[in-house]
Design a protein around this ligand. Structure first.
Ligand code: KG4
Ligand code: ZN
Length: 384
């Protein structure tokens, strides 16, 4: 099989990214332009601003990815782009640019599901390390700012299939990190800040209950099959813990000190860990540590229960929250105890990037599963 150089383009949320990957197994270049500074004053992603920033960044980011890969537009074999899920306006920027390139260069265009991309980030890096011996099926936990999804992923010839066996009923785990950080005056995005502060607090100081979901999800999900009630499901819920943190803050009269912290941190252009910890009292550090411990225990417990129920020995944990140190350590320890091999992407490929899109496109390239020029962005694209 000759080498295939695929340019990946990703613009589903607040990162404009482009990367070149060879044959789904070697990362040649990986450029990510983050919009964090743009959205930070608003404490979350503002969709209109995201689209505008993508428009500004897309051309230089793609040029840089090609230059770093010592490739040219003409030397590429295909162009891959995220079709969804994500912000419609943001997705459209990447899609329009990818279509224009594919049309002008007469190259195949490949549409990729963002969640499939997160799963293939792990495969890309394992293959790059020379690990071609993964046992299938794989259970994949995609845990990010927009998703907390469990898939059974299997490969048949070139094509991949994904069966959803669990998802969040309300907030995604990353969203809970972001909301709790915002509530405590710690800024945006919350995950990396809470990750670094949590080791300084006592994780057993505040007790949070894990959401146990017994009833089937009866909401209609567009484009999704009715779940098979005979297949066990492992759903998540994080809106309860968010409310519990809010109640804790109110009951313990923490509002004023949060406001002081918010103002102190807003006056520091790039706060360091020392600035964050100096701005936090013990009660806040304990709350942060307890919150993180509760979310990690819930994610790890439900995911390993799903691995046992489906008799799966290989687990991928991917998406922005997979960068979390305590989550990684806990999955590794408990996975080893239960005989499940756990794989993560490097931290750089845990959060949004385009290498994962180029990697996920490779099996589609081999299968000649190309997108028509009139395909459109799908904000709620389902992975199956
Ligand atoms: O995958 P991603 O970059 O974008 C989405 O597809 O959503 O994930 C971003 C999310 C944010 O909610 C962010 O707070 C969270 O991942 N995150 C983390 C960490 N790094 C990023 N959460 C916990 N610990 C981290 N170290
Ligand atoms: Zn993502």
């Amino acid at each position: 099989m000759p080498d295939a150089y695929i340019l990946g383009i990703e613009s589903s949320c607040d990162e404009t990214a482009a990367a070149v990957v060879r044959s789904g197994e070697q990362l040649i270049s990986n450029v990510v332009a983050s919009q964090i500074a743009t959205h930070q004053p608003y404490g979350g992603v503002v969709p209109e601003l995201a689209s505008r920033e993508h428009l500004k960044a897309i051309v230089p980011v793609v040029r840089q990815a090609l230059a770093e890969a010592t490739q040219t537009l003409n030397s590429l074999d295909a162009i891959a782009v995220t079709q969804g899920p994500g912000l419609a306006g943001a997705l459209l920027v990447g899609i329009s640019y990818a279509k224009a390139l594919a049309f002008a260069l007469d190259k195949p265009l490949i549409a990729v599901n963002h969640l499939e991309g997160h799963i293939h980030a792990v495969l890309l890096e394992e293959r790059q390390k020379g690990n071609h011996e993964l046992q299938f099926p794989v259970l994949a936990l995609v845990v990010s700012g927009g998703h907390t999804h469990l898939y059974l992923a299997a490969q048949k010839n070139e094509s991949w299939t994904y069966e959803n066996i669990g998802h969040t009923r309300d907030d995604a785990a990353g969203e809970a990190f972001d909301i709790v950080a915002k509530l405590l005056g710690l800024g945006y995005p919350g995950g990396p800040i809470i990750d670094r502060l949590a080791p300084h607090g006592d994780p057993s100081a505040v007790k949070f209950l894990s959401a146990q979901i017994k009833h089937p999800d009866r909401r209609e999900r567009r484009g999704q099959k009715e779940p098979d009630l005979n297949r066990p499901r492992f759903d998540f819920s994080y809106s309860g813990i968010k409310t519990a943190v809010l109640r804790y803050v109110e009951v313990h009269n923490m509002r004023d000190s949060i406001e002081v912290r918010r103002r102190v941190l807003a006056n520091i252009s790039k706060p360091k860990l020392e600035d964050y910890s100096a701005a936090c009292d013990r009660q806040t550090l304990d709350l942060v540590a307890s919150f993180q411990r509760a979310v990690v225990d819930d994610l790890v417990g439900k995911t390993l229960a799903a691995a046992a129920a489906y008799d799966v020995a290989t687990l991928f944990v991917t998406g922005g929250v997979a960068a979390n140190s305590e989550l990684r350590k806990t999955f590794e320890q408990r996975g080893a105890q239960e005989g499940v091999a756990v794989f993560f992407p490097s931290r750089a490929l845990s959060t949004d990037n385009a290498a994962m899109i180029a990697a996920a496109a490779y099996p589609k390239f081999l299968a000649k599963d190309f997108a028509a020029m009139d395909f459109s962005a799908e904000a709620s694209l389902v992975l199956r």
